[in-house]
Structures are given as structure tokens and as C-alpha cells.
Design a protein around this ligand. Structure first.
Ligand SMILES: Cc1cc2nc3c(=O)[nH]c(=O)nc-3n(C[C@H](O)[C@H](O)[C@H](O)COP(=O)(O)OP(=O)(O)OC[C@H]3O[C@@H](n4cnc5c(N)ncnc54)[C@H](O)[C@@H]3O)c2cc1C
Length: 250
């Protein structure tokens, strides 16, 4: 089974050189990496997994933070994660404002089991995300499409405003091609073409009601949003085993 194999891929701390920086929004940076020890050879990972980074020089004691890979394994030569600067965030502020091409980061992984697994998950996959919680889904959707996934893919995502649309170009491309049913809400702005407000139980109910049969749900965002989405869907008849969560809290 896929999820049992994943843990075997762990290596020690890897030196990862920054090869490209892409400012996705005013406060979000996509950081492309190559393995500095392996002449740039890409390391193995599965869509949805994350790396744990160790920063030795930012303070007296090493500081550790995790970031999900927003690239997908099928993108050869492209390993990337996407970091959103949080207010007063120690590491995210450093990464978004100060990182340079050529810098070397120290990371361990890949880690995590928040991944699609055809052996245990249902035919269709519906994802619910808020803000930077969309990062694992960028990887998982891209990977599913590249590997010929046959089921339906749906994503409900909430951003603050239209200045905060992480991964938007690709999401729209997948929507336009029919590969993804995309529902996007803005929590602090009213705009034509977007839903309005945070991800509430009412929004989850109204959008997900046609998805309940034969679907596994995945969610990544604030814990309260994830638990209330689970409660709503389970009350509507979802088997709790078909609901997967990833928390960005430490
Ligand atoms: C498995 C995993 C995967 C993750 N993947 C990503 C990813 O792909 N992209 C990404 O941007 N982040 C991701 N994170 C979050 C990331 O690890 C850091 O927690 C985040 O960058 C904040 O770190 P910091 O040092 O800047 O903030 P800190 O200095 O630790 O926190 C500063 C303040 O911000 C608040 N805060 C901390 N984190 C958040 C947050 N995420 N949202 C809102 N407020 C916050 C704290 O409560 C505190 O008040 C992931 C976390 C985990 C556990």
C-alpha cells in the first residue's frame, strides 16, 4: 500500500540549493530547490508530502519549520514549496523577504501521509483549503492529472482577497480544461465570479452535497474549519474514514 511505503524514503538532513524564486502573491513565495549533494538530482517524494527545514543561523538555537512540496513528482527537475508570510512570523518572514537564489537550506524528509492512495480512497476526491492550505492540493491535483486519474476532482478554497490567490493560474487552467471543479470564495472581498465569505458549514453543505457518494474528502487549513467541515459531512452521511486532514499548526 502506498502510504506504508512512504516512510521508507526518509533521508537525513539534505542540503537543498535555491534555484529559483517566484513571487506568487504580495506575501507568498514559491521556492525552487535542487539537491546540492546529488548534483541536482531530484529526490523521491509523493504529492502531499512535506519537508522539515532546520535553520541554524537565524537564532542561537536551531529553528525547525515544515513546508509542503507544492511541486509534484512528475515535474522532473522541479522541486518547490510555497511559503506565505504570516504576521510576525519568524521563519516565513525570513524566507519571503530575505532568501536568495544560491542559498542552501537544510531539510529532512519527505514526510507525511496526506496523499491520495487509490487502494484506500474512493474514486472521486474533494479538497477543502484555506489560504496557504492549498499548497498540498496544488501538488496532489497536478500529480493526479499527470498520472491519468479517472475520478472527479473538486476543490473548495477560500482566500482573503483577489490579491491572495495562491496557485491561481494553474487552478484556472485545470478548471478550464474540465479536470477540476473549482469553487473559490473570498473572505474579505466581494467580487463577481467568486463566492463570498469563509468556509462555513453552510457553504460546505451546499457545495459538497452532490459529492458525498464515492468521494474521499481532504482538508487543509485552520483546525476549526477542518473539524467543522468533517462534522458537517459526517452528519450528511459521509463515512468518517473518508475524511483526511492536514494541520499546518506545529
Ligand atoms: C506539515 C506542515 C506543512 C506546512 N506547509 C506549509 C506550506 O506549504 N506553506 C506555508 O506557508 N506554511 C506551511 N506550514 C506552516 C509553517 O511550518 C510555519 O508554521 C509558518 O510558516 C509560520 O512560521 P513562522 O516561523 O513564520 O511563524 P512563527 O514565528 O512560528 O509564528 C508567529 C505568529 O504567527 C502565528 N502563525 C504561525 N503559523 C501560522 C499560520 N500558518 N497561519 C497564521 N498564523 C500563523 C503564530 O500563532 C504566531 O502568533 C506547514 C506546517 C506544517 C506542520
Amino acid at each position: 500500500m502506498l502510504l506504508q511505503k512512504l516512510e521508507k524514503r526518509k533521508r537525513g538532513w539534505m542540503p537543498l540549493r535555491v534555484t529559483k524564486l517566484v513571487h506568487e502573491t504580495h506575501d507568498t513565495l514559491r521556492i525552487h530547490l535542487e539537491d546540492a549533494d546529488e548534483q541536482g538530482r531530484q529526490f523521491d517524494y509523493h504529492a502531499g508530502q512535506y519537508l522539515t527545514f532546520r535553520f541554524d543561523a537565524l537564532s542561537e538555537k536551531p529553528v525547525v519549520r515544515s513546508y509542503t512540496l507544492s511541486s509534484s513528482p512528475e515535474q522532473t527537475g522541479e522541486v518547490a514549496f510555497t511559503v506565505k508570510e504570516v504576521a510576525d512570523g519568524f521563519v516565513s518572514t525570513h524566507l519571503v523577504r530575505e532568501l536568495k537564489v544560491g542559498d542552501v537550506l537544510k531539510a529532512r524528509g519527505p514526510i507525511g501521509k496526506f496523499c491520495f492512495d487509490d487502494e484506500i480512497h474512493r474514486e472521486n476526491r474533494f479538497m477543502i483549503a484555506a489560504g496557504s492550505g492549498v499548497t498540498p492540493f496544488l501538488s496532489m491535483i497536478r500529480s493526479a492529472i499527470a498520472s491519468g486519474f479517472k475520478g472527479r476532482l473538486g476543490l473548495l478554497v477560500a482566500y482573503r482577497t483577489d490579491q491572495d490567490l495562491i496557485g491561481w493560474e494553474e487552478l484556472l487552467e485545470w478548471k478550464t480544461s474540465g479536470a477540476l471543479d473549482l469553487y473559490c470564495s473570498l473572505s474579505r472581498q466581494s467580487k463577481t465570479g467568486f463566492l463570498e465569505g469563509r468556509i462555513t458549514p453552510e457553504l460546505v453543505s451546499s457545495i459538497c452535497k452532490t459529492w458525498l457518494d464515492n468521494t474521499t474528502f481532504f482538508t487543509c487549513g485552520p483546525e476549526q474549519m477542518m473539524y467543522s467541515a468533517k462534522e458537517t459531512l459526517v452528519a450528511a452521511g459521509l463515512d468518517p474514514a473518508q475524511f483526511e486532514m492536514e494541520s499546518f499548526g506545529s
